[in-house]
Design a protein around this ligand. Structure first.
Ligand SMILES: [Zn+2]
Ligand SMILES: [Zn+2]
Length: 351
């Protein structure tokens, strides 16, 4: 039996490095040799809290932001070949419902599979790409200008782009992102690409604001103590055209409405903890300001493709978001660093 090194999660705060069998593929599947796999906030939440059906008896390899080289293709797979360098959009739908057939497979209610979430993922030397992903175009050959580590970071970028499209950011807009994590910075980067006038980033942590200003010193960092005053100063009392909440704090959704200009657009990007999901909003603010309040979750394959193109064309730089690179054998250290949130993205690199 051929084996590979894999980081398997057995439950809450229990990830073990083990030698496991290299996945077998059938005639319709692909075996991918992982080159880069980024650690995501979702991975950290799964690790800290445990995850549905992952247990001592049912361990799982996590990691859903990845790219690599095709090692082997099943004999019915005609669109891909061994040796192709590809990124993989992780979310698969059923392929036939009204969402899937309109290119919104991430909203499919019939079927959901994603490597690293409910099937084995990419914190391993190899990952199996199942048939729905192969059929639905989730496997995307990389432009030679995009590295595998940039492609790994494209997954969260594609989710950010979903929100970007929901709110529509236009030249001259005043934009506030609440939450200065890697996701918040990606929102800020897309706002900049679109020509936003003032891109403000707010966070509780001064340190995180400093980190994001290091990434781009045109971003205006605002510490939470004086958010309203700062926003009104910067926007000359007009308020925000766009506000995106990229954090799990319910209060930021309430604050967002207060800071909006007339006809402002809001996106609640960050989901809230289950016990805090009921938030009191002043709906008269929405009414009288004619606000558009949106949500977004995950990303479609089309969005994933689009943001890969942004990276290839140099419209968005994601490299500057990588804080540290680790080998798989040092995954515990990488997780610890991501948990402390002292940097931005940590990426597992494979030789
Ligand atoms: Zn992710
Ligand atoms: Zn579907």
């Amino acid at each position: 039996m051929d084996t590979m090194l894999a980081a398997r999660m057995y439950g809450k705060q229990d990830i073990r490095l083990e030698q496991v069998a290299i996945p077998e593929i059938n005639d319709n599947e692909i075996l991918l040799k992982v080159k880069s796999a980024a650690i995501c906030g979702t991975d950290i939440r799964m690790y800290m809290n445990g995850y549905k059906d992952i247990s001592e008896d049912n361990p799982r390899i996590i990691g859903h932001e990845f790219a690599g080289v095709i090692e082997k293709v099943g004999k019915n797979v005609t669109s891909y070949k061994e040796g192709m360098i590809v990124a993989v959009a992780p979310n698969m739908g059923c392929g036939v419902c009204e969402f899937c057939t309109s290119g919104k497979g991430h909203l499919c209610q019939e079927f959901f599979q994603a490597p690293g979430i409910n099937i084995d993922g990419a914190f391993a030397e190899y990952v199996k790409i199942p048939e729905p992903a192969v059929r639905q175009g989730n496997v995307i050959p990389l432009d030679e200008r995009v590295s595998t580590e940039e492609a790994a970071l494209n997954e969260p970028l594609s989710c950010v782009y979903n929100a970007f499209q929901k709110v529509g950011i236009f030249p001259g807009d005043n934009v506030l992102i609440i939450g200065a994590g890697p996701i918040g910075i990606m929102h800020a980067k897309l706002a900049k690409m679109a020509g936003a006038a003032n891109i403000m980033i707010n966070d509780l942590s001064k340190e995180r604001i400093e980190i994001c200003q290091k990434v781009d010193n045109s971003f205006i960092g605002i510490h939470s103590n004086n958010l309203e005053e700062a926003v009104m100063n910067i926007t000359k009392e007009k308020g925000l055209d766009v506000c995106i909440t990229a954090n799990p704090a319910p209060v930021t959704q309430q604050i967002a409405l207060k800071l909006m200009a007339m006809e402002g657009r809001v996106n609640f990007f960050g989901g809230l903890p289950k016990d805090k999901e009921k938030v009191i909003l002043n709906t008269n603010t929405i009414h009288y300001k004619e606000l558009v309040v949106t949500g977004s979750t995950k990303a479609s394959v089309a969005m994933f493709n689009k943001t890969l193109q942004f990276i290839a064309e140099g419209l968005v730089d994601v490299k500057s978001l990588i804080s540290n690179r680790y080998e798989l054998k040092d995954i515990q250290e990488a997780i610890k660093s991501s948990r402390n949130a002292t940097g931005l993205k940590n990426v597992i690199i494979f030789n």
